[in-house]
Design a binder for this molecule. Structure first.
Ligand code: NDP
Ligand code: MG
Length: 393
């Protein structure tokens, strides 16, 4: 078997580390061509020693020097800067790109992978939220293949009919049911949410994830971003997407068909399952995840999300209702608000308030090009920062 060549963007993050864990279980099947990191240079050096990629990418010259020093005379070439990220996804020898940078920084390299016609394993949901129309167009024009890594979308993908081409009606699909764990504050008294600390917010009951997505799970903004992600991935209208709380995180999402059938994907809440699915697709391979023992799992329960508790979820549905750049605004304001919250600068409930303020100011803007979108993203960040400055504690 000729090995499948991979570039892993965001290799030092939670998804990156899980990807390398799966890859290490199948050394005959994969070859790592490039790894990228940001702050964690030591960890990147360790990964380079283990996987011997041709390239490693860090953000700047200082970190490049530091990485080079750690690597000594290893065969890995150290590159730096944003252009290098775009370079290592588009190399002719690269077959697949794991897009696992967090936040808006992941957009440009994901677009470069789309234009280069690669198979894209998309974890960075912000790419679709910020620039869904442009990204899907680039995937189409570049002849790229898109495989969702986000566990819900990977579950939907697995539960869709083979050869699904973006026409729900033609395939007899009525709705997509996205499951949500409800995060750490599902049952906490609503009156006490004002006092939530970053430490409490990042302590997710079922999943181990990066800090930003952990806060997004607590506010359910993560599910909101995923509703927008599902809209673009599966060409589903907002009314064809429903969110259902499922605290055990065993069913990762479902597809409902016109005949009343509901197909679901179940597994342990371990990202190595969707990662292995996408890495091996259309084949299957071991992920290192324990087998699901349903009798031991016991009861699976479901609830309707309470919008009073999770206003961010409603904001995301609202953003999708109009053909504007509201999702871009929402995503940008959210990144600013979450960073400020993690920094102890604002209170937990100032997160939805910041999003609301940004949406009110900029929610009806339109974009004809990617440059327009980037400008709106910047403007939304400025509005959010201004709001945050006025509500710092
Ligand atoms: P982490 O914060 O754990 O990792 C982020 C990665 O991106 C790290 O490698 C980090 O480098 C790198 N990075 C951070 N900022 C920049 C930047 N400005 N430019 C380039 N690289 C950067 O996040 P996760 O792995 O949890 O999430 C990654 C993406 O996957 C997110 O979009 C998230 O929404 C999505 N996702 C994650 C899931 C999960 O279970 N974790 C589930 C579904 C989706 P360094 O660490 O070296 O600083
Ligand atoms: Mg998810």
């Amino acid at each position: 078997m000729t090995p499948h060549n991979l570039t892993i963007l965001g290799a030092t993050g939670t998804i990156g580390v899980n990807t390398l864990d799966v890859v290490a279980r199948h050394p005959e099947r994969f070859r790592v061509v490039a790894l990228t990191g940001f702050n964690q240079v030591d960890k990147l050096a360790e990964q380079c020693r283990q996987f011997q990629p041709r390239y490693a990418v860090v953000p700047d010259a200082a970190r490049a020097t530091a990485l080079q020093a750690l690597l000594g005379n290893s065969p890995t070439e150290v590159l730096h800067g944003e252009a290098a990220l775009e370079q290592v996804v588009a190399l002719p020898e690269v077959d697949s790109v794991m897009a696992a940078i967090v936040g808006a920084a992941g957009l440009k390299p994901a677009l470069a992978a789309a234009k280069a016609g690669k198979r894209i394993l998309l974890a960075n949901k912000e790419t679709l939220v910020m620039a869904g129309r442009f990204f899907m167009q680039a995937v189409h024009d570049g002849g790229a293949t898109l495989l969702p890594i986000d566990s819900e979308h990977n579950a939907v993908f697995q539960s869709m009919p083979a050869g699904y081409d973006g026409d729900l009606a033609k395939h007899g699909v009525r709705r997509i049911l996205l499951t949500a764990s409800g995060g750490p504050f599902r049952t906490r008294a609503v009156e006490t949410l004002a006092a939530v600390t970053p430490e409490e917010a990042v302590a997710h009951p079922n999943w181990v994830m990066g800090k930003k997505i952990s806060v997004d799970s607590a506010t359910m903004m993560n599910k909101g971003l995923e509703v927008i992600e599902a809209h673009w991935l599966f060409n589903a209208k907002p009314e064809q997407i429903e969110v259902v709380i499922h605290p055990q995180s065993i069913i990762h999402s479902m597809v409902e068909y016109l005949d009343g059938s509901v197909l679901a994907q179940l597994s342990h809440p371990d990202m190595r399952t969707p990662i292995a699915h996408a890495l091996a697709y259309p084949e299957r391979m071991a992920a290192g995840v324990p087998w699901l023992d349903l009798a031991k799992t016991g009861t699976l329960t479901f609830e309707t999300p309470d919008i009073r508790r999770f206003p961010c979820l409603q904001l995301a549905f609202d953003a999708l209702q109009t053909d504007t750049t509201a999702p871009t605004v929402l995503n940008a304001a959210n990144e600013e608000a979450v960073a400020a919250f993690l920094d102890h600068r604002i209170a937990y409930l100032t997160i939805p308030a910041t999003l609301d303020a940004a949406m009110q100011r900029l929610g009806s803007a339109r974009a004809d090009s990617l440059d327009d979108l980037v400008a709106i993203d910047q403007e939304a960040r400025a509005v959010a920062r201004q709001y945050i400055a006025g509500h710092t504690r």
